[in-house]
Design a protein around this ligand. Structure first.
Ligand SMILES: [Mn+2]
Length: 325
């Protein structure tokens, strides 16, 4: 990774402006990493534009500089550098901007195993969160770690590791977390803001989803679906659905959890695996992708048909893995 860090350092020497792009349907890692990187590059004297095609979920709005995120760039805008954070492919930042045309050089900072190496620099490694890569970059650039940067990185880390519960959490993850606490992070305050701050619609929609839960006869696959009508009736928004699929996975004996969300003529699918099954393989069969234990896809068509097809494919995949009895 040293070579990539050096390349970024070199590019920064002559750069005056940069746009940093988060991925569509943003999560804590992409938002926190984008904001932290923005503040770091400002310390280096760059003029920074923060971009996310979609709205920043409410729970991340308290983060320092989150109010500066733009959802559109001025026509013809051009920047010396274009960073993409937590995006496995250039298309993940959305179709409204083309980073290659918008910036002199594209720097791809990511941790997805299926990253397509679309950057002029590809600073890609399989670590818990992009936040770890941004932390290392900050060290390399001799950035002063302050509480604002640390809050953003810590939020990014806990949201991608399930608050340090997932397998991607290792010694280095905790070493970085310790550094962030030294820089002023109050872990109780941040985790309360992220985990104990649910909206009433989010509880209502998750109650509806859990009431309709379905299982294969052996209970190894659990799934549920949320329709546009259910969203309207509970006044829920997209971000209120975060965590439902994790609840399905938390059930005893469940190996694969699948969550379907009807959105107009499309269905968004989220997959989670507890232990042995690589759900990114199942997602890939529907044009999606992701991590081994967390993946997603978007499919056009009627919800009920998609539900049947995806569950059938998941059953087939578990059988092929000699796992479903
Ligand atoms: Mn991530």
């Amino acid at each position: 990774m040293k070579a990539e860090l050096e390349k970024i350092k070199e590019l920064l020497k002559s750069a005056k402006s940069a746009v940093i792009a988060a991925h569509i349907d943003p999560d804590g890692d992409t938002i926190g990493s984008m904001l932290a990187l923005g503040m770091m590059l400002e310390q280096k004297g760059l003029s920074i534009t923060l971009y996310c095609a979609d709205q920043n979920p409410k729970i991340y709005k308290f983060l320092p500089t989150a109010d500066r995120i733009k959802h559109e760039l001025p026509a013809g805008a051009h920047y010396d550098l274009g960073f993409a954070v937590d995006a496995s492919d250039a298309s993940r930042i959305g179709s409204r901007i083309d980073l290659k045309k918008t910036a002199g050089a594209v720097i791809n900072i990511d941790h997805h195993p299926d990253n397509t190496k679309y950057g002029d620099v590809n600073y890609v490694a399989r670590v818990s969160s992009v936040a770890e890569l941004i932390f290392d970059l900050g060290k390399y650039l001799k950035i002063k770690m302050d509480k604002n940067i640390a809050d953003c990185l810590y939020t990014a880390m806990i949201t991608d590791t399930g608050n340090f519960r997932y397998e991607n959490t290792n010694v280095k993850t905790f070493m970085i977390a310790a550094e962030l606490l030294k820089a002023g992070v109050n872990t109780h305050e941040l985790t309360t803001r992220i985990y104990d701050n649910k909206s009433i619609p989010s509880i209502k929609i998750s109650a509806r989803a859990l009431a309709n839960i379905k299982f294969t006869p052996d209970h190894k696959i659990a799934w549920t679906a949320v329709t546009d009508d259910m969203m309207r009736e509970t006044k829920a928004e997209g971000e209120d659905l975060i965590g439902i699929v994790d609840k399905l996975r938390s059930i005893e004996g469940v190996e694969v959890a699948i969550f379907f969300r009807e959105k107009g003529n499309e269905t968004k699918i989220n997959f989670r695996s507890k232990d042995r099954i690589n759900v990114s393989e199942i997602a890939r069969r529907f044009g999606g992708g992701g991590h081994i234990k967390a993946a997603g896809a978007v499919v056009k068509g009627e919800l009920a048909k998609i539900e049947d097809a995806v569950v059938a494919e998941a059953i087939k995949y578990l059988k092929a893995s000699a796992y479903l009895v």
